[in-house]
Design a protein around this ligand. Structure first.
Ligand code: UD1
Length: 429
């Protein structure tokens, strides 16, 4: 097993290139199932979640061919099975997109429930309601979701709660349904728009993605295409906070600055300088921060997936900051690790109070999930002394070459082998 060792205190300076978006890639790759054809994806991030999704498609009979590190061709012509067993789905939360995609292609899907529930309860009732509204019969047997229909029929679907996953799954199943589907109170995240653009490039008729009403006119057939995945909003935001936290000066390239507005706004509120360019942002920091409050919300609100990273900055901001988690029930587990590093934080349900301290000190800590792991890295970079982070596999799920990228920026970080018998399990994302 590996852990990360960080000797803190180095300012990050220089340039870093952001990879393709994890959450877009894990939705768009299963969408390739909808066309019995070849799709070529560019700007695919080289991370373990994407590799897992590609392995699942291969195991189902798709031909997956890497043309280079970030370009993949997927031929789904020969897939005949609509069944995805547990051993393939347990590592990847996003494996539930296979339900929508297989339902869209075969009018049938039998997919094992995804594992893991690291932010508290993670229901999929809205996904199921959506499939049922399109005419599918859905049951759960032996931890497998079984969805079947003679054919799917478009329908108005009102989402009781804004859900990224349910919006995506309904889009996947509705593109080939007969007639018009209208998703109301849809999620508006950048990867929803990216998925819609990919579906339209395959010949679908999806309009309104990025607003809270998405209209989908079903089409009979979709065809292959070449598509480039958007840059990763959360990876970019993570490097922005890392640059700020270390008092650094970093140009973050291959980004869409519009997707980063809420993160930029909060950093500026803390006294960090952020300059926007066409496809880059530059973060310049003095290393001293004003307090600020954060409330996470669906897009365009402050992203919950940036909450742990941004909170690390608040551990050393002047004064008291309030962080309110508006998406997940239980997303403050990482706080215990920051307290080990000297932070002063109190959590009450979905609200955490950060009382700024003068500095964090290095300690052995653990990545509780992907973004909590990113937060631990930022904490280690800004802390005095050495931080060792266990459960690195969580971080590998969503950040491409982060050790190399951080080292290029001047961080003192490396991977170290160690032996430990404690089981690591679960999936989030
Ligand atoms: C996606 C992201 C995850 C991010 C989250 C919110 C991926 C692979 N993962 O997760 O990183 O933190 O969006 O931005 O893109 N809910 C229900 N019923 C449902 C579905 C969701 O009540 O059927 C609730 C959830 O419990 C949660 C809220 O809706 O409180 C938002 O969840 P959702 O947007 O669906 O998150 P995911 O798509 O799972």
């Amino acid at each position: 097993m590996e852990k990360l060792v960080i000797h803190g205190g180095n300012r990050l300076t220089g340039e870093v290139e952001i990879s393709g978006a994890k959450n877009a890639a894990v939705a768009i790759i299963p969408a390739a199932l909808l066309a019995q054809d070849v799709c070529r994806f560019e700007n695919i991030p080289n991370i373990s979640d994407v590799i897992t999704m590609l392995r699942i498609l291969s195991s189902m009979g798709a031909q997956v061919r890497y043309l280079n590190k970030h370009t993949v061709e997927i031929d789904t012509k020969h897939i005949t099975s609509y069944i995805v067993p547990h051993e393939m789905t347990r590592k990847l939360r996003a494996s539930y997109y296979l339900i929508g995609a297989l339902l869209g292609r075969f009018n049938r899907a039998k997919v094992s429930l995804p594992g893991g529930c690291n932010f508290g309860v993670r229901p999929i009732d809205l996904h199921i309601k959506g499939f049922e509204m399109l005419g599918a019969t859905v049951s759960v047997e032996n931890a497998m979701i079984n969805a079947t229909a003679d054919y799917l029929t478009g329908s108005p679907i009102y989402m009781d709660k804004v859900s990224v996953g349910a919006t995506i799954n309904i889009m996947l199943s509705a593109v080939k349904a007969r007639g018009l589907t209208i998703i109301e109170n849809a999620a508006k995240e950048p990867h929803i728009v990216d998925l819609a653009n990919f579906l339209n490039a395959m010949g679908a008729d999806v309009r309104g993605a990025g607003t809270d009403v998405i209209k989908i006119h079903g089409v009979q057939n979709l065809h292959g295409c070449t598509y480039s995945i958007i840059p990763d909003q959360i990876e970019a935001g993570t490097y922005m906070v890392a640059a700020a936290a270390t008092g650094g000066d970093v140009l973050i390239k291959n980004v869409i600055p519009k997707h980063l507005e809420s993160i930029t706004a909060k950093l500026q509120e803390c006294g960090v300088k952020v300059e926007e360019y066409d496809d880059a942002v530059r973060v310049v920091s003095t290393g001293s921060f004003r307090r600020c409050n954060i409330k996470t919300m669906p897009h365009p609100g402050f992203p919950t997936d940036m909450q742990p990273q941004m909170s690390v900055l608040l551990t050393v901001a002047n004064g008291t900051s309030l962080v309110s988690e508006g998406v997940w029930d239980n997303r403050f587990r990482y706080v215990d690790q920051l307290i080990r590093m000297g932070a002063n934080i109190q959590v009450d349900g979905t609200i955490a109070v950060f009382q700024g301290v003068s500095a964090l000190t290095g300690a052995p800590v653990r990545a509780d999930d992907l973004r909590a792991g990113a937060a631990m890295i930022i904490a280690g970079l800004m802390a005095h002394g050495t931080t060792e982070i266990e459960n690195v596999i969580y971080i590998d799920r969503g950040y491409e070459d982060y050790v190399e990228k951080l080292r290029d920026l001047g961080a003192d970080i490396y991977r170290k082998e160690f032996t430990d018998d404690t089981p690591q399990s679960g999936a989030v994302g």
